[in-house]
Design a protein around this ligand. Sequence first.
Ligand code: HEM
Length: 403
Amino acid sequence: MPTDPEAFTLDIEFVQNPHEIEAKLRVEAPVRLVQTPRGMRSWLITRYEDVKQVLTSPDVHKDEGLRAQLIAERHGASFPMLSPAFRLLEVHMLNSDPPDHTRLRRLVAKVFTTRAIARLRPRIESVTAQLLDAMAHQDRVDLVAGFAAPLPMIVICELLGVPEADREKFGSWVEVITGAGDERLVEASELFLAYLRELVAAKRAEPGEDLLSDLVAVTDSGDRLTEHELVAMAELLVIAGHDTTVSLIANGTLALLRAPGQLKALRADPSLVPNAVEELLRYDGPVHIATTRFTTAPITVGGVEIPADEFLSVSLLSANRDGERFTDPDELDVTRPAGGHVAFGHGIHHCLGAPLARLEGAVALGALIERFPALRLADGADPARWRFSALMHGLEELPVATR
Ligand code: HEM
């Protein structure tokens, strides 16, 4: 609970109206204390330059062990994020500092290559076409449930070699683990962990044509992933790669349907789609707050001194709307020169899956607007409802009319 009277909570209102609230914060209090939805005291950073500084600061760390120590000191050992299963799932590259991070990232990068991703294109295209066919039978569809969610789940499950029958339970665990941190977190983490252990064992016993089998076998100068590193890596790829891509497609569709001129420009020139994907990532990206970081020494950000041992909430969403960096930041412009956004993070943890996300986003959005020339928001779709989440920026649903 907040001990600081200045703290405000990243609550449901913040999640519903982030752009409006953060535009104010960038001017009035660009570095300020808040309480996160998981009940932690943290410093919210909202300006582009400050965000980049923090994401590359040598005094800002991620190490899961140190983080757990800090949480225990602050909040007591029964805090949900300290449950053994959740903690085990969290020991992966995104929660590591060099040299562990460097080593883990290098091993994965050896198999998660641009070529391996490009090979997925035909499959992504055919899954997309199937899902759009199914949508065409209905006048009104929830684009999240009917299109944006199933596509990345199928792709990530195929990439990792997760059997089709398990995808639904997979999806439900992912939803809880990336959610607001309620009491279901402990159980979902335990079930997910047990499942992934079995999956890794199965790949070891009988390797398939999939990334997880490749990860089991990968070596780098004699180095290889331990059993637990494999499990945590699989978890990271699912957690990091699923919900985010869902929101790229859904938030992107919403933004385009709200800006008919932009949608028209894109239809007139489909070669703009990859550029539009970058702009949509900037305009309303899937990750609101970057994953938890903490200071190990005092740092000065935007003129504010943050002491050592403090948690940081780095708002990527806000940085991408900073008028100091982007001209007319609140305007969607699919012809805006790409580059500079921080939707995939910044620094050593910059998204490893960005090429896959870009490919899925471009295939999905390109095919969607081509297939449904009359696509529009269904009655009642706006104002959109955003899902309550500690870090993510995703829609509850997106009702659309297909004709
Ligand atoms: C890291 C965003 C899709 C795998 C990150 C980070 C962001 C991000 C912001 C850095 C987080 C931080 O520093 O706290 C996104 C977005 C995506 C997407 C917006 C979709 C539009 C994917 C996909 C995969 C993936 C499809 C893999 C299947 C990863 C991994 C990391 C990561 C492994 C950790 C990298 C590291 O620690 O070095 N992503 N991501 N992401 N992402 Fe993504």
